[in-house]
Design a protein around this ligand. Structure first.
Ligand code: IMP
Length: 427
């Protein structure tokens, strides 16, 4: 029954928290399927603003069961501080479920992330420094530590020793750092075991049973399509699959169960960290988008790079995710521009290119080809239906829809929970 995937259609930070929260009331399970505390969702409920990094945004809806799937990497200390923060504000977090197969971000994974970035110098990825890449690397190298390992001390010790063997060589001989003691790491990890225990579950079984029972399950991608390890702007990507297929592997639900894939699309474009970004602006328009849109990372506090809407990217997201709908966010940020440029194609070495080039070199050379659409100056934050929008805002939305290849079913016109225009229901 209804299994919806909600994911970022650009480079992340498209406003997924708001979209998930909009659906929260009618959703039974909200599942994170990849990434870790590198993500950042801001959710506004009434006059309260919540910044979530690791927890699924469904944690704020009392009737919803939040799930951290097997594809997620979990830093227990971050998890606990996020839970404590919510509990202090009166949010009940007792329904949370965490897959016993999810991998743990260990302290040495965080160290390796930081020293590797420092070592790369100018060529750095601009990671969030949370240990995400090294934890996924350990998983693929089959030396990762999973949540279930916390409940067998002898296995845990063997695994931590195995993982640290090579890393300590690297840390001491290449990075000139002190070796990390396996015993200390094991001690720290064991200190999390009791508090984690009530949350640990066979989430694959729980989710498949829920779908058999006609429950509504929402899979929430942590980062955007262009940050996907396979389909993004490699190597300037995260180390997991936020694209739709990642929901299946990262939660253990078959592709035949997915009924809808919704891409969150910002009305302009932003990116954090290094890597190509054809429509990036370095002028006062970019500065204005950053200021008006509040484009500062929820997780890192870094300023986001800002640029105009890129339809080539949106079309690509439609294709690689099989998107059925878009949720267009932050349309209100564009209020006040007389003309709004939209990138409809690229020019690469003198040739017009309509689709995202598969070659990294070509993408680095891509220059945006703009079409300019007339802007609007009326405040749109109180618009409740599409027809409440000024004509030019309507035309902007329609143009984006036509260029992007999937219907725009909802539009965000302000940060608040109810500042959303629903065109087609997602359920
Ligand atoms: P990592 O995920 O920390 O390894 O960072 C890899 C790249 O993904 C960097 O460019 C980060 O800035 C970017 N990144 C990771 N998570 C997010 C996110 O939630 N929003 C936007 N960018 C992100």
């Amino acid at each position: 029954m209804p299994a919806l995937v909600l994911l970022g259609a650009q480079w992340g930070d498209e406003g997924k928290g708001k979209a998930t929260d909009l659906l929260g009331g009618s959703v039974d399970y909200v599942v994170r399927y990849q990434g870790g505390n590198n993500a950042g969702h801001t959710v506004v409920v009434g006059d309260q603003k919540y910044a979530l990094h690791l927890l699924p945004s469904g944690i704020l809806s009392p009737e919803c069961t939040p799930v951290i799937g097997n594809g997620v990497v979990v830093d227990p200390s971050v998890l606990f501080s996020e839970l404590n923060g919510l509990n202090e504000r009166g949010v009940d977090t007792s329904k949370l479920l965490i897959s016993g197969n999810a991998h743990i971000i260990t302290p040495y994974n965080v160290t390796v992330d930081k020293v590797t970035e420092r070592f790369l110098g100018k060529r750095k990825i601009g990671t969030t420094g949370r240990g995400i890449g090294p934890t996924y690397a350990d998983k693929i190298n089959r030396v990762g530590i999973r949540i279930q390992d916390l409940y067998d001390e002898s296995i845990l010790t063997q695994k931590v020793e195995a993982a640290l063997d090579g890393k300590n060589q690297l840390l001491t001989k290449v990075f000139n750092r002190r070796a990390i003691e396996a015993g200390k790491v094991v001690e720290e990890l064991l200190s999390y075991a009791d508090r984690l225990k009530p949350y640990v579950a066979d989430t694959v079984l729980v989710l498949n049973r829920a779908l058999e029972d006609d429950k509504v399950v929402l899979f929430e991608g942590g980062q955007g399509t262009l940050l996907d390890i396979d389909h993004g702007t490699y190597p300037f990507v995260t180390s997991s699959n936020p694209t739709a297929g990642g929901a299946c592997t990262g939660a253990g639900v078959g592709p035949t169960k997915i009924s809808r894939v919704i891409g969150i699309l910002k009305a302009y474009t932003t990116r954090v960290g290094s890597g190509p970004f054809p429509t990036e602006l370095f002028d006062e328009d970019g500065e204005a988008l950053r200021r008006i849109g509040g484009e500062r990372g929820v997780t890192t506090g870094r300023d986001r790079r800002c640029g105009w809407f890129d339809a080539v990217i949106a079309r690509y997201a439609t294709r690689v995710n099989g998107l059925t709908d878009f949720f267009l966010t932050k349309l209100d940020v564009l209020t006040g521009w007389e003309q709004i440029p939209v990138c409809v194609a690229y020019e690469i070495d003198g040739k017009r290119v309509e689709e995202l080039p598969y070659s990294q070199t070509d993408f680095h050379h891509a220059k945006p080809v703009y079409e300019t659409l007339p802007g609007w100056s009326e405040d749109i934050t109180s618009a409740k239906s599409f027809s409440d929008l000024p004509k030019n805002a309507q035309n902007y939305v329609k143009a984006l829809e036509e260029m992007s290849g999937a219907p725009i079913s909802a539009i965000g016109v302000g940060p608040g929970r109810d500042e959303t225009i629903e065109i087609n229901s997602f359920l």
